[in-house]
Ligand binder design. Structure first.
Ligand code: ADQ
Length: 462
């Protein structure tokens, strides 16, 4: 395989392990193979929209075997492309929330402009046998822009978030343009079978594409291959982190603080897709229906701040504060608070200690591409006395983690019952389920994800 070029909205220094999820996964593959990582620098400048910033268009930095190449964004470009189209249109619609989308015509213009600009900046950095891997909803039309500039290298695309059914996708004014752009890739990867099925139905019914063999569709001159590549975590690294001093310290502190109580743990970005209000209502229902849980169970909900300049995120912030206040006010005792809600990020090195202290993890998104918290929780458990995973059937992870307790997060009563079953599960059953879950996340870990995707990309017929 030629040199690997990864393109994503944000670029992280692969020598640092502070970031979560995607950044860690991509850093891992790049550290192994070397290559180029291209994307937005995270800096916003006041130069004119669409123009190159005055201090040069591309910043370069060498990080071990990896070259980081980044560009700044003008404020108007950032607002339209990132806040407007990516996070104000694509994120809500792809998570089935048409009610939260803002189809402002100016946003899509900015989205196209930035994708074109990124393609123009990347092109001179490319070598003839490069293999290019583009990530996520921010950059759907970038391959089309690269092709228009004459790029003939292999290009793969991976969508980290769900792809909704055709009639939801079709609510986006430029939906056909958006999905047509996917045909400019040699390989398109999705998290789950459900997403792939939506893609196949969309391209056949809305675009008139023709099936061209298993996992392949033809549209005019172009044929695309599409498949399912569920993202995983580095299980061994995460298990090792669990025994590092920071995580041990976290674990001990939690155990001391809550020695007489069972801990329910939720760890999420504060996002309306994560089902946080529904989770709190289910917990309230649990306290109502099962008085034995009062004073004996505590929910620790960590929600890291996220996209605070997008309007819908302020609503979820307020709703969480109100719900937590009401539950603590109604059920709390002088020596017991039912919910500890913390609007902050937990340091990555401490996170495994928190997971390990949890008897139950509540991972109950309304929609999620995959959800790595579910896998991290499993990796951090003590196999002799493991906690129980309560997982939404609407997370991509539910296709793999069948031994979790699967719930419909909209069904508050059933979720409360599932939490009670998790709290009461005997240790033999907890061990058996954990063993099966751990084997699964080991089999399809992050290395498997990268290698399988890149293997398929380099061998995709052209
Ligand atoms: P996210 O929506 O960000 O990612 P998720 O996969 O759950 O969701 O989490 C990503 C990472 O962030 C995890 O490693 C987790 O530990 C960390 N994290 C989350 N909340 C945290 C907190 N409060 N404190 C500290 N760390 C926190 C998108 C898609 C997902 C998909 C990933 C990867 O939405 O569905 O799983 O990309 O493809």
């Amino acid at each position: 395989m030629g040199r690997l070029v990864i393109v994503s909205n944000r670029v992280a220094d692969p020598r640092k392990t502070a970031a979560g999820g995607l950044a860690v996964a991509l850093a891992d593959v790049l550290n192994r193979t070397g290559g180029l990582w291209f994307g937005w620098s995270g800096r916003i400048t006041e130069h004119e929209a669409g123009a190159a910033p005055p201090d040069g268009p591309v910043h370069r930095q060498q990080a071990g075997p990896v070259t980081l190449a980044t560009v700044d964004l003008a404020r108007a470009d950032h607002d339209a492309y990132y806040l407007g189209y990516a996070n104000g249109v694509l994120w809500p619609v792809f998570h089935y929330r048409l009610d939260l989308a803002n189809f402002d015509a100016g946003f899509i213009a900015g989205y196209r402009r930035v994708n074109r600009m990124l393609a123009q900046r990347l092109l001179p950095l490319l070598q003839p046998d490069d293999v290019i891997w583009i990530h996520d909803y921010h950059l759907i039309p970038m391959a089309a822009e690269l092709r228009a500039l004459g790029c003939t290298q292999r290009i793969g695309f991976f969508l980290h978030i769900p792809l909704p059914p055709p009639l939801i996708l079709a609510a986006i004014p430029a939906h056909d343009w958006l999905v047509r752009a996917l045909f400019e890739h040699d390989l398109v990867g999705f998290q789950s079978e459900a997403d792939l099925a939506h893609f196949s139905r969309y391209v056949e019914t809305e675009l008139g594409a023709e099936p061209a063999g298993p996992g392949r569709w033809r549209l005019g001159e172009r044929t695309v291959r599409a498949g399912t590549f569920p993202i995983g975590i580095d299980v061994d690294e995460f298990a090792a982190l669990t025994h590092a001093p920071e995580a041990r310290d976290m674990y001990t502190r939690m155990r001391e603080e809550y020695s007489r109580r069972r801990l329910l743990i939720g760890v999420d970005r504060l996002d309306y897709s994560k089902g946080l209000p529904q989770r709190l209502r289910a917990f309230r229902e649990l306290l109502l229906r099962h008085p034995d849980t009062r004073n004996s169970a505590t929910l620790i909900q960590i929600a890291s701040p996220s996209r605070e300049s997008v309007l819908a995120y302020n609503d979820i912030l307020r709703e969480m504060e109100t719900l937590c206040g009401a539950i603590n006010g109604d059920f709390g005792e002088l020596d017991w608070m039912p919910v500890r809600y913390i609007h902050r990020t937990v340091a990555r090195k401490r996170l495994p200690g928190l997971y390990r202290a949890g008897r139950v993890a509540l991972v109950t998104p309304l929609r999620d591409g995959m959800n790595l918290v579910a896998k991290e929780f499993v990796a951090a458990q003590d196999p002799a006395d493991p906690g129980v995973l309560v997982l939404s059937r609407f997370a991509g992870a539910a296709e793999q983690l069948r031994e979790a307790i699967l719930v419909n997060p909209y069904d508050i009563e059933a979720t409360a019952q599932a939490i009670q079953a998790a709290l009461q599960m005997p240790v033999q059953e907890r061990r058996a389920r954990h063993q099966a879950l751990l084997a699964g996340i080991r089999r399809q870990d992050v290395r498997w994800w990268c290698d399988t995707f890149l293997g398929a990309l380099s061998s995709a017929p052209r």
